[in-house]
Structure formats: C-alpha cells, structure tokens
Design a protein around this ligand. Structure first.
Ligand code: GAL
Length: 660
C-alpha cells in the first residue's frame, strides 16, 4: 500500500453467507470494483466463533481474512462483545443488563450487557485473546474495532456496588459527599455508602448531584470496560492499534475521556438527507459539526466508520440519498478531517432487523445499480485524494461542548423544564462560524485553550473554578470570548455558585445576571440594535436574562416586556482581549452578522474569496475543500462547482491549484 491512504470500505458480515461460496467470491470481486481497501470484520460474530462455551471455530474467519488479504484488502478486526451468544445469556444471568426500574432484561437485541459483570469480562477476555492470538499477526489485520457503539447503563447489584465504591474513591468520606450534594435538603443525609442507589423511576430522581455523578460513573464504567477489552488484546499484542465507533450527539459517554484511551477516534454518521423541513446545507452543517467534534477529541484525523451509501431502515422515513449526495457526504467527512469513508454495510443481509438497511451490494447483487456505481466513484475519489491522508486542520476557533455540563444542565429543574436544547444552542454558533469558513474545534473544561483566537462557551451552566480561571486568562491574554445566558451557574457537583453571576466572569464580561425569565415555545422577546453592526431587530427565546451592566458596552437591548431597555448583547474589553455576552437565544439569522462583527480583524475564512450561499469551505494543511450543498451549480473563484459537487485545491507558491 502507498504510504498515504484514504480508506474505503464497510462492515462486512460474511458469517451470514458461509453456505454461499459463490456470494463470498463475488464479494471480493465487487470490493475490487468499488476500490475497497478495508473492511470491519467480526463485529457481531460471537456465536459463530464460539457456538458453545469453550468451543471455538476460527477456520471460516481465517479463510475470509486470507481471501481479503490476497485481494489487497485490510481488516479492522472487531471484538465481538456488542452481542453475545444465547448460551451465555442463559447460563450467566449477570451478563444481562438491569433497567432503571430494576428489571433484568431477557436475552435479545444487542448492546445490552453489564459492563461491571466479572463473568462477562472473563468471557470477553477469552474470546478477545483467542482472536488476538489467531489473527493478531496476520498482515491484513491493521486495527482492532473494540466492540460496537458502546453505550447504555446497567442498574444491577454489581453496578450499584461499583457505583458506591466509585463514590467512596471520589469523595473519601460521606461527609464530603453529603456536602457536595447538599443532602440536608429533603432529609437525604446518607450515613452509609451502601444507602446510595442509582436514579430510579420509583426511587431517587431529584438529587441532582447524585444524578450527575451517576452519569459520570456510567461513562467511567463504560470506558473501564473498553479499556479491559483493549488490554486483553494488548496483553497478546502489545502494539495493537485500537478504535471505537462513536455516535451522533451521544449522551452517555464523555467521548473526550474515551478518546484518550484509544489510538484513533471514529464515528457512525447517519443523517437523514432531504428532510422536508431542512435544507441540504443545514443537514450538511449538522453532520459537519459532528465531524469536527470527533476530530477535536484527539485533534487529529479520525475515521468515518459507518455511513449508509443509500438509506437507513430505522429512521421515521428512510430517504434515499439523491444522486451525487453520497459522494458529497463522503467527501465532507474527508474535508473535515476523516481519513476514511466506510459504510454499514457491505452486503444487505437476507433476514432479521436490518434486511432493508442500505448496503453497497443490495439484494439484487448487481454492480450496475446506482448505489454501487456511486460507491465506486467514492472509491476513485479517495484514491485521487490520497495525499490528504494524515493532514491537520488549522486552529482558529473553539466551541466549548462539555458532556458533564450537558448532564448537569439537563438534570436541573429550573427556569425552563420543557427543553433547553444544548445542542441546538451550540449549532447556532457552529453554523454561523462554519458558513463564514472558520475552522472550528470543540473543547471541554479540561482542554488547553492555547492556540485559539476565539472561544465560544454556550450555556456553560456548570462552570468549574479552574475553567473560569482559564477563560479569564484567555481573554486577558488577547483572546475573544463569547459567553451566553445560563452560564456560570453551578460548580462541578451542581451546587449553585453564591454571589454575583456568571461566576468568576463578571469583570471579564462587564455584566452581572440579575434575573432570568423562561419563555414558552411560542414566546419571543424583541431586541433592537444600538450599533449598526448588529441586526436591526432580533428575537430572544428559550431564556431571557436581565443583566446589569458592569462596564460592558451594550450592542442590543430588549425592546419589550418589563425588561425593555436591558442589554441582550454586550461587549467588554478585558486585558488584551474582548468578551461578548448573549443574554438570550436568538433566531438563526442573528448569528451570521453577530459573528461577522466578532471575527472582523480576528479570524478570516480558510477560503480567500467570497463564499456563495450554500458553499462550505474547510481546510486540511495545504488542501482547501469547497462543497456546494445547493441543488444547482455555482461559480466560485472562477470555477464552476456542480450541484452537490466538491472542489479541492492545493495551495502552492503560485496560488491555488484545483486538484479535484
Ligand atoms: C449502527 C450500528 C450498525 C448498524 C447501523 C445501522 O448504529 O453500529 O451495526 O446497526 O447502525 O444504521
């Protein structure tokens, strides 16, 4: 293989076709036609690898791996823990998860094992190490795909005990814990760690500190299980490279923590393109945001581990991608830092839950249908663009997306309990910056902020003291901060900060929160600009804060309700930098002009010219990508880009040269 490779492939489930050697042969022929150079193998193969306890069958897998390798196709080999054989579920009850209502699940489905269970860990160790011994040195095996889409939670007695031990390690004494959770409220003082149980519909549901720690524990325990799997492999193969496939806006794992334990971040991307209520550009921005988040986890290229070449079978309506959209969405991943485009699935299964899910090879098995032909085009494009592999994205702006903040924010009962829309809020900032061609990273409260010129911290409800200090230092040193309503409210155990709010930032922002009013979905509050750089009129929604000026300059004011005349957008000079405050959530149109003003003289687009509406620009080292999300061709910088087209330029001394 050349040194610089973009990978193209799919989840491959040949175990469903072992009695059809003709199909297995045809798979390899078609993979070559589609320029496939990697497959993820064995993700759900446990019952074929170990049909009875201790009885192993690897011959079939060996034959498949040999055949793939002979065709120049590499293997991302999975550990099979995502779904287990029936014998195990019935012989060892503890491997089955217990729901929040304390009922134990029956055998069935997948992704539902207990992460704490010593029996499950032992069984996983045995199969993982057998696989590692048998295939770890095979030249085709390039990486290990740990399990599949880790997620969910278990409330069994083993997990309860592990939670209590985790709390004991964290707090040391019950006294610390009781204070951290303010348990004198409703007489909840604990006198023994064994009294603490996970949240339950018929039990605890209002102790926010407990709920937040339970979320942290679930994330910790899932990562601990993943590390167990990884270390089982590495005991046999010390240098083994591992990845996990992450998910869209996934709530239950702090992916920043998880990413520290793996070599390569990857994720599974299933947007519904062509939703009636959304433009293709909006869908593209939503997807772009996730690509950028996954890139940020390790701040280096990631893999697109799964996507559909056509449609899913689990969305309310499973829409086909229109012609050209497969190539556009695949190259979008590359444009945002992926070094691969992989699909779920290579061949459509003949039965069970995913028989109608899109696949590269459909039930008709044909190489001349549209989806297969478009997949071949993606494969050729990835070969043409191979030099992009491994390249980095510039560091310009970062948005704070913090899982712990999200958990705390959503658990709290406060000024609006019908939904605060943390992701929606983040998306408004992201979309405006992305449309302006700014390269965007995501950070959390543990991150190093150096190298960024702009930090956006939307709804940073849980603001740790150390992060407040980092933000202060960032602005003081010349950085620009955008901070919003419902930020700086509580500490890391969800205890309210006492005194002026936003905690630790009043002098940085030059404003102090005085009141906060929740808005019903149908309500907005009109705001008007006091400077020509802001939109003349905009509307606040969700939460409207009434702030008192403490030195900041107002840019917009509320124009109705009892808080008419109070500032809704402000800017303040602090040290060498500036800090903006948004006291409410505005409609989407507000954020373009707002960030136009924020970025003026601070950051410029990665694309040197004008960007027509619907064209999105990104950059990886010297490669510039333009993608046209519009359904008609556009002219950009003297070139034409087709509808749903992608243009790639290489920056050379003489200027930009179009290479794709
Ligand atoms: C993913 C999963 C795959 C497949 C796919 C269908 O979440 O990892 O195994 O189920 O969804 O879209």
């Amino acid at each position: 293989m050349p040194s610089s490779v973009l990978y193209h492939g799919a989840d491959y489930n040949p175990e469903q076709w072992l009695d059809r050697p003709d199909i297995l042969r045809r798979d390899i022929e078609m993979m070559r036609l589609a320029h496939v150079n990697v497959v993820s193998l064995g993700i759900f193969s446990w019952s074929m690898l170990e049909p009875e306890e201790g009885e192993f069958h690897f011959e079939w897998m060996e034959a498949i791996i040999d055949r793939l390798w002979a065709a120049g196709i590499r293997v991302d080999l999975a550990t099979p823990s995502g779904a287990r054989p029936a014998w195990m579920a019935y012989r060892y009850e503890e491997v089955r998860r217990v729901n929040a209502d304390r009922t134990r699940q029956l055998y069935g489905m997948r992704h539902n094992h207990c992460y704490t269970s010593p029996v499950y860990r032992e069984k996983v160790k045995i199969i993982n190490q057998q696989l590692a011994r048998r295939f770890g040195h095979h030249p085709a095996v390039m990486m290990w795909h740990l399990s599949n889409e880790y997620g969910g939670e278990c409330h069994c007695p083993l997990c309860q005990r592990a939670f209590q031990e985790w709390l004991q390690r964290k707090y040391g004494t019950l006294d610390h814990l009781n204070r951290a959770w303010n348990t004198r409220f409703w007489s909840h003082t604990y006198t023994d760690f064994s009294q603490i149980e996970s949240p339950a519909p018929h039990g605890e549901g209002a102790m926010h500190g407990l709920a937040l720690d339970w979320r942290r524990f679930v994330s910790h325990q899932t990562i601990d299980f993943m590390k167990w799997e990884r270390d089982c492999i590495r005991e046999i193969l010390p240098g083994a490279k591992v990845t996990v496939n992450m998910m869209y806006r996934f709530n239950f794992i702090n992916y920043y923590d998880m990413a520290k334990e793996i070599d390569l971040a990857s994720w599974d991307n299933y947007p519904t393109w062509h939703k009636p209520e959304e433009t293709v550009e909006s869908t593209a921005l939503d997807t772009a945001m996730m690509h950028d988040l996954i890139y940020s986890l390790k701040r280096r290229p990631f893999w697109l581990m799964e996507s559909t070449p056509s449609a899913t079978n689990w969305q309310p309506v499973s829409k086909m991608k229109k012609p050209g959209v497969q190539l556009m969405s695949s190259l979008q991943a590359i444009a945002h830092g992926s070094d691969s485009v992989l699909y779920f699935q290579w061949r459509q299964s003949p039965g069970a839950s995913e028989k109608f899910h899109g696949a590269v090879v459909a039930h008709d098995g044909r190489a001349d249908n549209r989806v297969f032909v478009e997949t071949c085009a993606v494969g050729r494009a990835l070969e043409d663009l191979a030099a992009v592999a491994g390249t980095q994205k510039p560091r310009q702006a970062a948005i704070v997306m913090d899982w712990e903040n999200k958990w705390a924010l959503e658990e709290a009962q406060g000024p609006r309990n019908c939904g605060l829309g943390y992701w929606d809020e983040i998306m408004l900032h992201y979309a405006a910056l992305a449309r302006a061609g700014i390269s965007i990273d995501f950070v959390n409260e543990d991150s190093d902020l150096s190298g960024y010129r702009l930090i956006v911290a939307p709804m940073l409800y849980m603001l740790r003291e150390d992060f407040a200090a980092k933000l202060r230092a960032f602005v003081k040193g010349g950085g620009t901060l955008v901070f919003t309503y419902w930020g700086g409210v509580v500490n890391e155990t969800d205890l309210c900060w006492l005194g002026d709010a936003p905690h630790g930032l009043v002098d940085v922002l030059g404003v102090r929160r005085a009141e906060i009013d929740g808005m019903f979905d149908v309500e907005t509050r009109r705001c008007v600009a006091v400077t020509p750089d802001m939109p003349a009129v905009a509307h606040g929604s969700v939460l409207c804060e009434v702030a008192a000026l403490e030195g900041a300059v107002p840019l917009m004011l509320y124009d109705e309700d009892y808080f008419a005349g109070a500032p809704s957008v402000t800017v303040n000079r602090y040290g060498e930098g500036r800090a903006y405050y948004l006291a409410t959530r505005f409609e989407e149109d507000f954020y373009g002009p707002f960030y136009g003003q924020v970025c003026a003289g601070l950051l410029s687009s990665v694309w040197p010219g004008e960007l027509p509406a619907g064209v999105l620009a990104t950059r990886r080292d010297r490669y510039l990508f333009l993608q046209n999300t519009a359904s008609s061709p556009v002219r950009v910088g003297g070139d034409t880009i087709d509808k749903y087209g992608t243009a790639v330029y290489l920056e050379e001394e003489s200027g930009l040269r179009r290479i794709f």
